[in-house]
Structures are given as C-alpha cells and as structure tokens.
Ligand binder design. Sequence first.
Ligand code: SF4
Length: 231
Amino acid sequence: PDLEALDAALVDCFACPRLVRWREQVAREKRAAFRDQDYWGRPVPGFGPADATIAVLGLAPAAHGANRTGRVFTGDRSGDWLFASLHRVGLANQPTSTHVDDGLELHGVRVLAAVRCAPPANQPTPTERDTCAPWADRELELLAPTLRVLVCLGGFGWQAGIRALRDRGYAVPGSPRFGHGVELEVAGPGGAESVTLLGCYHPSQQNTFTGRLTEPMTDAVFSRAVELAGR
Ligand code: SF4
C-alpha cells in the first residue's frame, strides 16, 4: 500500500454515521452558496509529498473549509494562516491554498487531520476520534521512513500525535503536557529513528484573532521543525 492507495480508500470511508450525515448535509445545503464550485463533502486526505520529513497534524476538516474544497486546511482562515507560515519558512511554493488546482506544492511537509470528516461544531466525539485514528496511524506509518518531526496543532492534535506514535511502538513517556513550542523527542521502535513532537497552538480564529497565536510564534515552530528535520 502507498499513500495514493490509502487516500483512495479513505475517501470511501463511511464508518461514522453522525459525521457522514453531517458532511453530506453541509455539502447539500451549502452547495447553493458556492454555486461555481463542487462541494467535496467526503473524508479529506492528507496533502504533501510521500517522502515528507515533517508532518503537521490538525484536528478535523472545517465544514466550509476542507469539507468544501477537498484539500486539508484549504478554504478557511485557519488554513490561510497555516499555509502562509509554511511559505514563509520555505515549506510551500506559495502562501495560499484556495482550491485543489491552485498550484500549491509543499516541500518536505505533509499536512493531515486526526479526524478526516468535518464534525458539527468542530467537535468529534471520543468514539469518532477513536474510529478515525487508524487512518492517521497508517498515514504516519507510510511516512515513517523519512519522518523526523510531527507538529501537533492544539491539544487535540497533540493527544492524537502521541497516540499515533504509541500505537506504532514509539516510546512516548508518561503524559506529556501540550504547550506552544513544547518539544519532545521520542525513540523509535526497534532502532528506528526518533521522531520529535512539536506543540503549536491551533491556528483557529479563536487563537489568531485574540493574539494568543501570532505569526512570529507560528513561524518559530515551523522554523524549528525545519531545523530538526535537517532540511
Ligand atoms: Fe471514516 Fe474518519 Fe470520516 Fe469516520 S471520520 S467516516 S472513520 S474518515
């Protein structure tokens, strides 16, 4: 299996009844508001090269962002913030991600979400989180040969990142606390190279409008990721 096969299987996932209903309902109702575009309304795959050294793990697609465009973090303010920062630190060829044919290329970084379908109020249930976790596990497993840094967005991304690495046999000690800029190197299983978890506040408007997360703070985390990945 490769990432392409994984993505093809993912977009046909119907495992969470509430999220399947919601993603399709939003697509049906909102298609009228975005008449000139197709509305994706399905699980959203990761985006970025298969030999990425850095992965960025977010929460879930936004109803009118990735659930609309079909590309992770694309079409909403959080994504605008994220991709602008990736561009400033040299990880993207352009500062914006607006739709799937916009020419965006990421360099050495793959962006993915812990839950692949848009949840109502951006809140997956614990069962939905657990049901979707194997998709991120498999994606990180496919990235493992080159992956050195996992940037976790927000507390949800942090917990999901720890869990994904633990599921794959990485030695994550205790219950490491999330914080912006927190860094934790974890040893790989059976002599595999270590991966460093990096915490970053989620670029939600709640954080960026209030100044809790600034552009320099975001760039500092991604610059550090570049440094750790040896890029
Ligand atoms: Fe499938 Fe994940 Fe979507 Fe649930 S959230 S339906 S597990 S892709």
